[in-house]
Design a binder for this molecule. Structure first.
Ligand code: PMV
Length: 320
């Protein structure tokens, strides 16, 4: 009746943006991501404490805003006739600020809830359950470089490359820890309904995925850099051309992009990506990480940097 699981966030290089089915939360496009190792969310789920309602605590405080999504996810994992649950979540990085906290949270939640309910679904079944709560969470069930394939009525998720097979580092330049103005789910729906770029975004995603897969297979850093930056800027163009527009960037975001362009011009192997928030994430081979971190940390407005290699997928850490 009690289980604890841990999961790491993931950073998409070919992005998920757009839903094929809003009710089932099915993505309109496939995506490809890096699972991190040093950032984590730990979820504890207890069923059967006798409470009349589910209770959720996030980083030591009651979290009413997230409660509904968590309860719905628990219903899918453990059934609607399950006992009420007490859920305690703890993360070592800011939540709701474009750092993929919902990915690690729901990946850890499905693993903990399934074990606490005495179920043993396989990893893909858990990934699908996590994906119904947050599309990107499906990818955090797996480690290393992960691809999520979006089919007509379902998803498939698998690890393309083990974490150890290509030592890449992700450096996050944190410039704001304020929760994002528009949630990603709402922003995706708005983009699909209003951006003139949405149809071509969906139509071209397969080509970007194929290019990224080829680059991963060949450990072609420049190839991966090219497709990742292009895909990220297309996603943000779609956000900017939504009505009303959605702009997650701030002036420090642009300053970080310029700093990365200067590193690239000087020959450093590094590329950027950004999600539904103002933070810039730089990806580089592990041996270039010191230079990239020092450069980003010196950009005025960057509050701090976080650094992570690639890690494993979500896992159970305790069960009683
Ligand atoms: O999983 P969600 O609903 O939080 O959406 C994630 C969207 C992006 O982070 C911007 C892109 C991605 O593929 O992770």
């Amino acid at each position: 009746m009690h289980a604890v699981a841990e999961a790491q966030p993931n950073i998409a290089l070919v992005k998920y943006w757009g839903k094929r089915d809003i009710g089932e939360n099915l993505p309109a496009v496939g995506s490809l991501s890096l699972t991190l190792d040093s950032l984590w969310t730990r979820m504890q789920v207890d069923f059967g404490g006798g409470g009349r309602r589910d209770e959720l605590e996030v980083n030591g405080k009651p979290a009413a805003a997230m409660q509904v999504r968590v309860s719905r996810c628990l219903d899918r994992v453990a059934g609607v006739d399950r006992p009420r649950a007490r859920v305690v979540s703890e993360s070592n990085f800011p939540i709701g600020a474009g750092l993929a906290s919902s990915a690690s949270a729901f990946a850890a939640l499905v693993v903990a809830a399934a074990h606490a309910a005495g179920k043993e679904p396989d990893q893909l079944a858990l990934a699908k359950l996590a994906g119904q709560a947050s599309g990107s969470a499906a990818r955090s069930l797996y480690g290393g470089i992960v691809e999520l394939k979006a089919g007509e009525s379902d998803i498939d998720v698998y690890s393309l490359l083990d974490a150890a097979a290509w030592p890449l580092t992700v450096i996050v330049a944190v410039n704001s820890e304020i929760a994002k103005p528009v949630a990603s789910g709402e922003a995706m729906i708005r983009g699909a309904a209003t951006s003139p770029f949405y149809a071509s975004w969906v139509a071209r995603q397969e080509a970007d995925l194929a290019a990224a897969r080829r680059a991963v297979a060949a450990r072609d850093f420049a190839g991966l850099a090219g497709v990742a930056e292009h895909n990220c800027l297309k996603m943000h163009s779609l956000m900017w051309t939504s009505r009303p527009p959605i702009v997650y960037w701030n002036p420090v975001t642009i300053a970080c992009l310029e700093a990365i362009r200067e590193l690239q011009a000087a020959g450093a192997p590094v590329f950027f990506t950004m999600d539904a928030g103002p933070q810039v994430k730089a990806v580089c081979p592990a041996d270039a990480a010191d230079e990239v971190r020092t450069t980003l940390a010196a950009v005025p407005g960057v509050k701090r940097t976080m650094e992570s290699g690639l890690g494993a997928g979500a896992r159970l850490v305790d069960q009683t």
